[in-house]
Write a protein that binds this ligand. Sequence first.
Ligand SMILES: [Zn+2]
Ligand SMILES: [Zn+2]
Length: 442
Amino acid sequence: MTKTELMRSVNAAIDKRASEIIGLGETIRRHPELGFKEFKTARLVEDSMRGMGLSPKGGLAITGVRADAAGRGGDGPTFALLGELDGLIVPGHPFADPETGAAHACGHNAQVAGLLGAAMGLLDAKAFDHLAGRVAFIAVPAEEYGDVAWRVAQRNEGKLEFLGGKPEMLRLGHLDDVDMAMMIHATPRTEEGKLAVPISNNGCTVKTVRYIGKAAHAGGMPHRGINALYAANIALSAINAIRETFRDEDTIRVHPIITRGGSQVNVIPADVRLEMYVRGKSIQAIADADRKVDRALRAGALALGAKVEIETLPGYMPMHCDATLVERFRAVAGGLVGADNVGTIAHRTGSTDMGDLAQVMPIIHPYVGGASGTSHGADFEITDPNLIYITNAKALASMVVDLLADGGSVGREVLSRSKPPMTREGYLEFQRGMSRKELYEG
Ligand SMILES: [Zn+2]
Ligand SMILES: [Zn+2]
């Protein structure tokens, strides 16, 4: 059987299961969960995998699930297909969980449906009879780096070390045998095409900041207090003032939020908390902006005579897609939706922990259309289920065939051409080195 014939038969098998795959994606969309708490979604994934005859292992980095299928065509690379399990808190989203506020406003539900759909197609078409190596189907927790205070508490209890899903999967060794990886992310930007080839993404550090002031009667004795909220205000102004020192080519993004602004209105705020990311295109650019942001944070404390506790957490690494995988994906995508409908996305200023995987193995992180509205917005919705779920599944499965058919020759070529920047140990050491905590007394 030629590669094209095998792809065609896998895609036909996916079409036969289309309503089931769309149903899975919609079920997940209507039951969103936050990162490291995706227990129901993980159960759905495990049940679905078991239904296909796979033997999933759950509970990886709390909620991750992995099932492997070995090719019967001899040795070859292990190729991981990934789907992210989590939603995020977006006020006003129509399908938000009323208790947690979680919503699928980034389309991760489509990733999981695509992952399961790809597995169904490959298994139903008995593709593994013709493939070398191995495919690891992995549902990963917690790509959205939010809910930070809760995650820090989990870390302090020893339940997590890193606060994102893929870094935790790497740390725990769940990806030790994976040679290369891919996932497909949804995009609501229709101008990017039906399938889009990516280049790179920003990386980031994450900060939790606490201004410590002194409580006092806000009307009667404000002179006895130290206003931590005003200290934070000055820090935010200082951060805004240093924005003009950021170089366009470094694509820096700093976006703080206040998670606690005071205790009650007639008390001078004595405990004010912020969270923020410092994002940038390169490790060096992030480090430079991070240093300036720390300086701005100290300035707020200095002005008011407050204290500030700054905790810097390892965020996500900048992401670069593997050139050979990009080339192969462009051809596969063209075969599915027509070359005119395949877009190219230049550098993206968001961050993803696929960047962390990219440090240690060749990866690709393409996009699929079929959504509209705003990423991370209340108006994010799915408008073309066939594209976002089914074409997605076909693109993943076709990449498996492309890389692992013919004795895995293309997969081997990807590996021989790629030169990941870090070893796995080196990556863990680097990220651990990013952690620091400072108390500055102004
Ligand atoms: Zn997102
Ligand atoms: Zn996302």
